[in-house]
Write a protein that binds this ligand. Sequence first.
Ligand code: TXA
Ligand code: MG
Length: 314
Amino acid sequence: MPEILRPTPENIIIASEAIQRGHLVIFPTETVYGLGADATNVKAVKKIFTAKGRPSDNPLIAHIFDLSQLSSVVEDVSEDAKLLMSKFWPGPLTIVLKKKLSIPNEVSAGLDTVGVRMPNNTIALDFLRACGCPVAAPSANISTRPSSTRLEHLLVDFINTENISYIIDGGDSEIGIESTVVDMTTAEPAILRPGVITAEMIEKVLNKKVKFLGEKSDAKTPKSPGMKYRHYAPQAVVRLVSFAEAKSLVDKNKAMVYAVDDESFFASLSEQNLYDIFRQADIGGQEVVYILDSKALRQRAGLYNRILKASEGV
Ligand code: TXA
Ligand code: MG
């Protein structure tokens, strides 16, 4: 059963020592909470998959606090990758690069690449600095459930999990959806998972076209293994509805409809509260979560992607 720690300097040391001894620690980041282990310790990394019920062919992201750690995680860093790091790190961008042999296959799920990220959260950075090692961390949720953006989400998922030593309480996640994942190992960079850092923002920095592999992956071996699993979804059915349907549901007092659009008759939706909406629906036994499908929503690629995945049940 994990112990909850306030993010004091003393507690951050205590949590980092647990990582160094091969235990698991949940820590806050600006996107969602992460379930961390020493990325160089195979035994510790394996505990992550057990605690989450995560398929072992879905690779983990290595988190670092400083560029000096890069050389212990990845082979060569291209000029383009360096540009992205200088522009977006620390921040919600995971960069996939060729992995160093010292990073075990358990982290990369057998791939010869690894995703690296420097989170933009002072608690996370202090914790990673104290750990000293790169920290492998997926989102801290039971596999298939929405990521955790609040302490209460973590307690629902992990209150009875033996193998997690500590939860560092960092309050509510600032962004609320996971980082953008960009593959920089191919000639044309590719967005494997959209997030608040958009393809357009990356294109502007690199001054070249960036591929987006689309919302659905039918390929047998998807580029990002995580894309083939059910994700981000509540038990409730998520339904995208037109304005007319949404208005009628609200007018007839049949259901609440969430929208990014600023209309008083809709409940407010954003990256920040999406997973809480999903989780609250499940706690309340709600059968359907209605979301307005609008132009404004489609423009928010990360948010729209998570909603599509949840609504398709894939
Ligand atoms: O914001 C985030 O990225 C959070 C916080 C904790 O940093 N982490 C997170 O990790 O969302 P996770 O494991 O839930 O999602 C990582 C995604 C998965 O879809 C995985 O398949 C993909 O990144 N990924 C990781 N390493 C990869 C690699 N080497 N090649 C392709 N995709 C990779
Ligand atoms: Mg996840």
